[in-house]
Every structure is written in structure tokens, then in C-alpha cells.
Write a protein that binds this ligand. Structure first.
Ligand SMILES: [Zn+2]
Length: 751
């Protein structure tokens, strides 16, 4: 047997440490609190220890070693000197529930190791601190374990945070304020800390005790049980990530976003989180769906805009939009116990929510032009309280769509019409529901709306009678259709019981969406009962042009892809072509729906959020030539002019914004050595061109004004074949593959 000396020495030391630890425990529990020095110790900037009798020794003003336990009624050790090492030597610094264990404010290059910090307001406190190293400390039973405030490049290894009310909390103004090297050797109640920086396309392991994602993208945080965090899941400068099915309980903040956009937060359970269940600051375009939030709030703070908060149950926590959080959509939530507060926030849409049994359903302080409609306000102590008078908001959606249901509305319904002056009831109260002089619901509803329509907040609900009700079904497919007709005509057709046809959603060429069957119910669209049962059907307006190239507008693709993305997120449907299928891919279906010109690659790119070029088809002599255009602008009106040897299209985008275009042209359609490119009729010279054997690639940039017209002109263009030549080519094209197939078949029969 070979004895590893190093290891055996280490184990001896470990044993000694363990024994001394046991002795400390023995003292603590069996006798009295360990006899310890009492007071606050300062390590002064000049290297001195103050007061001098404190149980810390140094011989070089660099290494400071504890020689006894310290008890304090305020702070433990306040460090005022940089570039030193504090060795706790296994001793304990213990507070009485307030103050800071080790105060490292403004410190640089301090090493803190082997110390036990107990019962402070905060165990270790960083404020504007950098490049400090925190190794092997036990931080136990504090109100807060470790707090980082605007601190960077600190290194944490092998620290154990145990039984703190809140383990770890990080905050800063800039991305650099979140850059600390904290690896998974650090633990919260025995579970590893995952503090990830600059990562992408990964999933956080299920055993995490604390999660921070800094400057990350496409991360999944799923099925974690997170408790007692300062934040439990922290996202800073993180995008396109998914936080789903986590159980988040008893944290200070549950899910916490700073400057983080386009994330999906769905299906989580958030309970008893003190400051907020979900908190967003300067974070936009996040989707928050179907979370169960109890004794915790949702707070959108400081310019958190364009977020969609939908289908959540929020019990005894409320929803707060604060400090210019604008343009958010709050739709179809059940809010009870506490209501919605808008403070200095404008242009939010609050519709289809049930707000019940709260002390105050809506509180308003500043902000204006928020729109509240189709909400049910039921049994609230107060429906609306205006803290700061003078703000004007909308409380209805016009006539006949109507306003809200107010359970304390005392009006009657004997009249109808926009002025409520025509005889006959219409479900809308005859007199407005007055909140104050600037706020009134002109069309209060006589009955609560139930359930809140529609399922998708950007759709308009128009019910079809053609569906099979279902209580619960397993949705695994999205089926893409074309209408072979017009939007309004198809809505009309699906409203007709004789058609025996329907779809869940209809998308117009302008990108408008109508929902006609509830997602939970079975629409009649797939021509296959099994697929009907398991799918959501989406019809697209082609105006009868499905068999002609370039029929689909950019608006249609964008609107449909956003809808499909929403549905995939909501039902956990993978965003791939096995689950997002064409009607023609349903077994037994012979219809060519959605036809050869549905641009699957582009559409799937939009669904996944991965930009793909849009495919346009240039057609000549009944042959399709795909031209690919990758651009950050909206591309429309693509045409190919054979006699002029020219491709042209329009580009639109926000005025003043930089745009780019990457055009891939098949050489058998159009080619050149020089190319002539014009933008709004003006030739441009600043473009790049490359090519391979089959294609030319042209790249150019521009600044948007209004719609830009682009032409790309070559000199050699697909020739007009004499008819007999075309026929000859056709014969050759058909014969060669046939010959191959024959050969293969023959071989197969032989084997
Ligand atoms: Zn179809």
C-alpha cells in the first residue's frame, strides 16, 4: 500500500479541525455560550487592530489571524485595509441578529478564509468591493448570508451558506456589477450555487440552490426547488431563456430580472416571497404565463415595457407596475386578495382579468392612458382608488364591446346603443360607472364575463359552433392551413353550422388574428379525427393564391409565428417540423394545403427566434427560381422582370435605423460580373458580391427613411427557351431520375 503523505496530513488536520469544531459545539450546547471577546473589531487602513485587545494577531500587517471567538451586538469585523488576508482559523464571529459579520465595503484584494459567521443582519457585505477572495467560510443563521452591491471580480470558493433567512443577493447598475466568480463549490443549504456568466444553450442542473444567469442566452431553468434566496433565480442581461415549472418559496425575491428581455416565465409556483414573487427591472418583452403566485407579488419596475402577463393566478400578492412601466398587457389573470397598482405607468392594457375579494382592485398613482376592459371586478372593498387625481384612463372598449363588470354597479339595462338611448336591453348598463371626472366606464357590463375571451391576447374572439367540447386534451401538434380564400369569408364560413368546419385561429394577410374555437376544445380542421384531437389548427389568408408564389405577406408570417411560439410555450410543444406540420402532412390528407409556397424555413426561423432568410420565388416559363433575402427590414413586393434582367423589392423599417440585406440569387436565373443595385432609383456602389458555382451573394446596407425600393439588375438572365427546346429539357429532366429509380427497383427485386 502506498501512503499518500499529503493526503494523510490533510486528514489529520481535518480530524483536528473536526474535533475542535465538536468542542465548540459542546460548549455552545452543553455549557454556556463560548467565552468570547465582545465588541466590534476594526482592521484600520494603517494596519492596526482596533481595539488592540481584540483576539486578532498580525505580525506583518498582511496576515490577520483570529485567536478566539468574537461576539458583537453590532458589526463583527470592519475591514478598512486592502491587500490583506484574514484567517478565521476556525473561530466564530457571532452577532445578535443585526449588523454585519464581515464588512468588506470598498475593499480590494482581501482574502477571507476559514471563519464562521453567525446571527448577523448580513454575514458578508460587499459594497463597491472587487477582487476579494472568500474561501471556505461557514455563513450560518444570518438574516442575509452574503450581499453583493455593485461589486465585481470577487472569487468565492467552498463557502457554505446554511439556515440563513436569505442566502445570497446580488445587485448592480451595469453588467460588470454582476461579474463575480462564484462556482458550484459554494452551497446554499447543501445545494450548489449556479452562477453562470456568458453561457448559452444550456440547462441548469436540477440540484441548484441558487441560480444567477448573467449575460446568458437560451438557458433553461426547469423544475428547481429554490428557497431562502435573496433572489432565487437572478437574470441580469439575459435573453431568450425559459424559467419553467420551478417551485420558488420563502425567498426575498423569487424570480428577479434586471435588464433581461424576451424570456419566458411559465408554469412556476411562487409562494411566500417577501419582496416579490417575480420582479422585473428595465426588462421588456418577457412573457409571463400561467404561474401560480401566492403571498407574493408580480412587480414590473423602472421602464419594464411590453411584457405580457397572462393566465396567472395571483393570490394575496397583487400586481404592481411602477416607474414608467408602459405598454404591458395584463390579460386573463385571476387576481385575488390584493389588486393591481399602477404608479407612474401608462398605456398598459388590462383586460379579461378577474379581480376579486381584494382591499383595492385597482390603485392608480400617476400615469395615464391605461385601458381597462372586460375585467370582472367582484366583491372588492374598493374597486378603484386614485391616489393622485388628474390621471385619465380608459375603462371600456367602446360600444358594443363594452367595459367591465363591477359588482357594485347599481344601474339598470333598459336601453341600448352607443348613447344608451334606444329602447331594449343590450347587456350594458344605461348609465356610466363613474370613478372620477377623468375616469369612467361608459359601458359597464351587467353580467361578469366568463370565461375571459380569447385564449391568445392578441386575437379577437369570434365563436364558431363547429367544434367538439373537450375537458382536457393533450395538444402535441400545430397544423398549418391556407384558407383558399379571404379572411372575412372564412370567418363567415366557420360560423355557419352547415360548413362543419372550423379552426382555432385565423390569420389575415395584415397579421390580424381571430380565434374561433377555444384551445381546450377540438376544432374540425385536420380531416383526421386523431389529429383533430391532438392539435391546434391555424388558417392563413391566401386570397385563393396558395398555388402562386410569394402570396404570404411578412405581416402574416410574423403574426402566425408569434402565435405558434406562444402555443408551443404554453403547451410544451417542441418547435420543430415534427410537431408544427402542414395540413398535407396529416396522414390520409390529399389536399396540398398549405401549398408549395409556404416558406417553412423562414416561418420556423421566426417561431424559434433564429433569423432565417425569406425565400421569394422568381418564376419564368413555369419554372420557380428561389431567391433568398436575409434582412432586418420587412421585405415586400418582390418581383422578377425577365426582359429587364432585374429583381426588385421594397424594404421597410424604423426611420433612421440601419438596415442590411443579403440576397442569394441562383445563377441560372440571373447573373453578372458587375451588378447594378439601386435604392430608391439611386445606384449604390458600396455593396459586396461573392459567388459559388450556382449562386451569387449580394450584401448591402442602408438607412431607413420611408419604404425603400431596391432593384438588382444583372446582364445575363434565364433565356426564353424556344418551346421545342423547353420540351427537350423537360424530357431529359424527367427521364434521368426515372432511369435511376428503375435501376434501384431492379436492384431491390434482385436482392
Ligand atoms: Zn388545410
Amino acid at each position: 500500500m502506498v501512503v499518500n503523505l499529503k493526503n494523510s496530513t490533510v486528514s489529520k488536520i481535518m480530524l483536528l479541525l473536526l474535533l475542535s469544531g465538536l468542542m465548540v459545539f459542546a460548549f455552545e450546547f452543553n455549557v454556556k455560550p463560548a467565552k468570547a471577546w465582545t465588541g466590534t473589531v476594526y482592521i484600520r487602513a494603517d494596519g492596526s487592530i482596533d481595539p488592540p485587545d481584540a483576539p486578532i494577531v498580525t505580525y506583518d500587517n498582511i496576515i490577520y489571524t483570529l485567536t478566539d471567538n468574537i461576539t458583537s451586538f453590532a458589526d463583527g469585523i470592519v475591514v478598512e485595509r486592502d491587500n490583506i488576508i484574514i484567517d478565521g482559523a476556525g473561530y466564530t464571529v457571532q452577532g445578535t441578529g443585526t449588523g454585519t459579520g464581515i464588512d468588506l465595503s470598498s475593499r480590494i484584494n482581501v482574502t477571507l478564509k476559514n471563519i464562521n459567521l453567525e446571527k448577523f443582519g448580513c454575514g458578508i457585505y460587499f459594497l463597491g468591493s472587487s477582487k476579494n477572495r472568500i474561501y471556505g467560510n461557514n455563513i450560518t443563521n444570518n438574516r442575509e448570508g452574503i450581499r453583493f452591491w455593485i461589486s465585481s471580480n470577487n472569487v468565492l470558493r467552498n463557502n457554505s451558506m446554511l439556515d440563513n433567512q436569505y442566502s445570497l443577493r446580488v445587485w448592480g447598475w451595469n453588467v460588470s456589477d454582476y461579474v463575480n466568480d462564484i462556482d458550484a463549490s459554494n452551497t446554499v443549504d447543501g445545494k450548489p450555487v449556479y452562477y453562470w456568466i456568458n453561457r448559452r444553450d444550456m440547462a441548469v442542473p436540477y440540484d441548484g440552490g441558487f441560480v444567477a444567469l448573467v449575460n446568458c442566452t437560451c438557458i433553461t431553468v426547469e423544475k428547481l426547488h429554490l428557497t431562502k434566496g435573496g433572489q432565487s433565480i437572478l437574470l441580469a442581461y439575459t435573453t431568450n431563456s425559459i424559467i419553467t415549472r420551478n417551485n420558488i418559496t420563502n425567498n426575498y425575491y423569487g424570480i428577479w430580472l434586471y435588464s433581461s428581455n424576451s424570456n419566458l416565465i411559465s408554469g412556476n409556483t411562487l409562494t411566500n416571497n417577501a419582496e416579490a414573487g417575480l420582479y422585473m427591472r428595465v426588462s421588456s418583452n418577457n412573457r409571463v404565463y400561467r404561474n401560480n403566485i401566492t403571498n407574493s407579488s408580480i412587480r414590473l419596475y423602472d421602464s419594464s415595457n411590453y411584457n405580457l402577463i397572462s393566465g396567472n393566478n395571483i393570490t394575496k400578492g397583487g400586481l404592481l407596475l411602477e416607474c414608467s412601466s408602459n405598454h404591458n398587457v395584463i390579460f386573463g389573470n385571476n387576481i385575488t386578495g390584493r389588486g393591481i397598482v399602477l404608479e407612474g405607468s401608462s398605456r398598459n392594457t388590462i383586460s379579461g382579468n378577474n379581480i376579486t375579494n381584494s382591499d383595492c382592485a385597482v390603485g392608480l398613482a400617476g400615469g395615464s392612458n391605461n385601458k381597462f376592459y372586460h375585467n370582472n371586478f367582484i366583491n372588492n372593498t374598493k374597486n378603484v382608488y386614485i391616489h393622485v387625481p388628474g390621471c385619465a384612463n380608459f375603462w371600456d372598449d367602446g360600444y358594443p364591446s363594452g367595459g367591465n363588470y363591477w359588482s357594485n354597479y347599481m344601474g339598470v339595462d333598459e336601453f341600448s346603443g352607443p348613447y344608451q338611448d334606444l329602447l331594449g336591453s343590450d347587456g350594458i348598463g344605461d348609465t356610466p360607472y363613474i370613478i372620477d371626472e377623468n375616469n369612467k366606464d361608459r359601458y359597464p357590463l351587467m353580467k361578469p364575463l366568463s370565461p375571459p375571451p380569447p385564449d391568445y391576447p392578441f386575437a379577437e374572439w369570434i365563436e364558431s359552433p363547429n367544434y367538439t367540447p373537450a375537458d382536457e386534451r393533450n395538444i402535441t401538434y400545430i397544423v398549418i392551413h391556407v384558407m383558399d380564400g379571404y379572411f372575412e369569408g372564412t370567418i363567415d364560413w366557420f360560423q355557419n353550422p352547415d360548413s362543419q368546419a372550423s379552426a382555432h385561429y385565423l390569420v389575415s394577410q395584415e397579421g390580424g388574428i381571430v380565434q374561433m374555437v377555444r384551445e381546450k376544445d377540438i376544432a374540425w380542421h385536420a380531416g383526421n379525427w386523431e389529429y383533430n384531437q391532438r392539435s391546434i389548427g391555424i388558417e392563413h389568408e391566401d386570397k385563393g393564391n396558395w398555388d402562386k408564389p410569394n402570396w404570404a405577406t411578412e405581416e402574416l408570417y410574423q403574426a402566425s409565428a408569434a402565435l405558434v411560439r406562444y402555443l408551443c410555450d404554453k403547451y410544451g410543444i417542441p418547435k420543430d417540423r415534427n410537431h408544427i406540420i402542414g395540413h398535407n402532412e396529416v396522414p390520409g390528407v390529399t389536399k396540398p394545403c398549405p401549398g408549395p409556397y409556404w416558406d417553412w424555413d423562414y416561418f420556423m426561423g421566426l417561431v424559434k427566434g433564429v433569423p432565417a432568410p425569406r425565400k421569394f420565388w422568381a418564376v419564368w416559363e413555369n419554372v420557380d427560381y428561389p431567391v433568398l433575402i436575409l434582412s432586418n427590414s420587412t421585405v415586400s413586393n418582390f418581383t422578377f422582370d425577365q426582359p429587364e434582367a432585374k429583381i426588385s423589392f421594397n424594404l421597410t423599417g424604423p426611420s433612421g435605423a440601419k438596415g442590411f440585406c443579403n440576397v442569394t440569387i441562383p445563377k441560372n436565373l440571373l447573373k453578372d460580373n458587375l451588378w447594378t443595385i439601386t435604392v430608391n432609383g439611386v445606384p449604390i456602389t458600396d455593396f459586396s458580391k461573392t459567388e459559388n458555382d450556382t449562386h451569387s451573394f449580394i450584401y448591402f446596407t442602408y438607412t431607413h427613411t420611408s419604404t425603400l425600393q431596391v432593384t438588382i439588375q444583372g446582364t445575363w438572365v434565364v433565356p426564353e427557351f424556344p418551346t421545342h427546346l423547353t420540351l427537350l429539357a423537360f424530357v431529359i429532366i424527367i427521364t434521368i431520375p426515372l432511369a435511376f429509380i428503375k435501376k434501384k427497383r431492379n436492384r431491390k427485386t434482385r436482392s
